[in-house]
Design a binder for this molecule. Structure first.
Ligand SMILES: [Zn+2]
Length: 451
């Protein structure tokens, strides 16, 4: 009897152990991934990128404990095309999201879908109206929070302010803390009109600066003056607008601090992959282009911040040229997913190739960057322009006719034409212009996206 009793005990122990082994093997899921993107954020208006105003103390502290990339390019100067590259790893002409009127095609496989398939919980909190559910950006997310209760002061377009975006992100993190999750948080605050609430609206107003009076444009364009949607009552001074843009960044930063504190409290700060970037930047008067984006592929619109944290050891400043196309390969790398497709980008946690070509585009305007040279091609006007970014980071001096660069220009022009024709998705994705309701049309019109 005694032997039989022990055999039963041993059998139970064996079954329980086997069950525990199966449970522990489970689906093999990597660390949580938090992707923070901020709309319309210029790196050179952040302290960690050398700005003279104290716009970003929390972000600067985060950057000191992470790897900050000096030179990161967005693949487009507009929200939807750029976010299509952030979330899929392909160029806008491949995702077929050419501007904010195009939905993200259902046939496109996003990083959210890949992570969901491999066992991640997938969550998003978006705050820009062009990313609302139905825009296609929700695909792959189990929970897509696009609630926008505020209305922008000037345009009347729904948005969500950083306080509420952060509240939602923190609640979702708490709910999912026991699982590995992917969370995309997109903040909207620095996007115009620049209307920070008190005290941020006064924080950077500098009465010692000589006013620089600008014209107000009748249209949304930023060429030659203040875009109509940016017009602040009674204000035409360039310096005032910059102070309000900076105030929006500082307001966002206060809530970014709360996000980081929550990550620390939940034990995610040292274990999760945390990526901070922007979808595009903003013109601040360069080439007489003010307080807008969407219209060019110059660096003031496509140079974006990028800060990556993965554990305590990944720290410092990198001068490698990187791009937002590198984000999907980085996330898949951390998740342990071997891509079943070819990407142009490379994981930021590995060796960054030194000889690389970076491409950025919008309809009719294209940029190709190789080493220190940047070639820009405009379909409809002067054709090619060439800039030496090392000697002329502001792209002020066009050196296309400089004989010294003749053979490089020829090679770069060939590459630019080649990339424009390339399709890593092999035609699998078809563009889809959504049918808009009258209300949506009116809101997009107010944003300047629908003529
Ligand atoms: Zn944007």
């Amino acid at each position: 009897m005694r032997t039989k009793h022990w055999l039963i005990v041993l059998a139970i122990v064996a079954v329980v152990s086997a069950a525990l082994i199966v449970l522990s093997l489970g689906p093999r899921v990597g660390p949580s991934i938090i992707l923070v993107s901020v709309d319309t954020l210029r790196p050179d208006h952040l302290g960690c990128y050398g700005y003279h105003r104290d716009t970003s103390p929390a972000l600067d502290a985060f950057a000191r404990e992470s790897l900050r990339f000096e030179v990161c390019y967005a693949q487009a100067p507009t929200t939807r095309p750029s976010c299509s590259s952030i979330i899929s790893g392909f160029l806008p002409h491949e995702t077929q999201v050419f501007n904010n009127r195009y939905a993200l095609p259902a046939g496109l496989t996003t990083v959210a879908e890949l992570l969901l398939q491999s066992g991640y919980r997938t969550l998003a909190v978006v705050s820009n109206y062009v990313l609302i559910g139905g825009s296609g950006f929700e695909q792959g997310f189990e929970f897509y929070d696009d609630q926008m209760d505020e209305v922008e002061l000037i345009r009347g377009v729904p948005e969500r302010i950083a306080e509420h975006t952060t509240n939602s992100a923190i609640s979702l993190m708490r709910l999912n803390r026991k699982d590995s999750f992917f969370m995309w948080i997109h903040y909207q605050d620095p996007h115009g009109p620049y209307t920070p609430r008190p005290p941020y609206n006064q924080m950077f107003v500098d009465s010692a600066l000589e006013p620089i009076m600008l014209d107000v444009n009748e249209e949304e364009s930023g060429i030659g003056g203040i875009p109509s949607y940016q017009k602040l009552p009674g204000q035409r001074d360039y310096n005032y607008y910059v102070s309000q843009y900076d105030g929006e960044i500082r307001y966002f930063d206060e809530h970014f601090k709360r996000l980081i504190d929550a990550l620390k409290e939940l034990g995610l700060y040292d274990t999760a992959l945390i990526i901070f970037t922007a979808d595009h930047a903003e013109g601040m008067g360069e080439r007489d282009f003010y307080f807008a984006h969407t219209e060019f592929v110059y660096n003031n619109l496509i140079h974006v911040p990028l800060i990556v944290r993965m554990g305590r050891d990944l720290k410092g400043v990198s001068k490698d040229q990187v791009q937002i196309l590198d984000l999907v390969p980085t996330m898949l790398d951390v998740a342990g997913i071997v891509p079943g497709t070819e990407y142009r980008g490379t994981s930021l946690l590995g060796e960054i190739p030194q000889e690389r070509t970076i491409f950025s585009e919008m309809p009719g305007k294209y940029a190709l960057i190789r080493d220190d040279l940047k070639l820009i091609y405009h379909d409809d006007e002067s054709g090619y322009k060439l800039f030496n970014l090392a000697a002329d980071p502001a792209e002020a001096l066009d050196i296309i006719r400089d004989a010294e660069y003749g053979s490089r220009v020829k090679w770069m022009a060939g590459e630019l034409a080649e990339v424009r024709k390339e399709d890593f998705l092999r035609g699998r994705v078809k563009s889809k212009k959504p049918r808009l309701s009258r209300e949506e049309k009116e809101k997009l019109k107010a944003l300047g996206y629908v003529q």
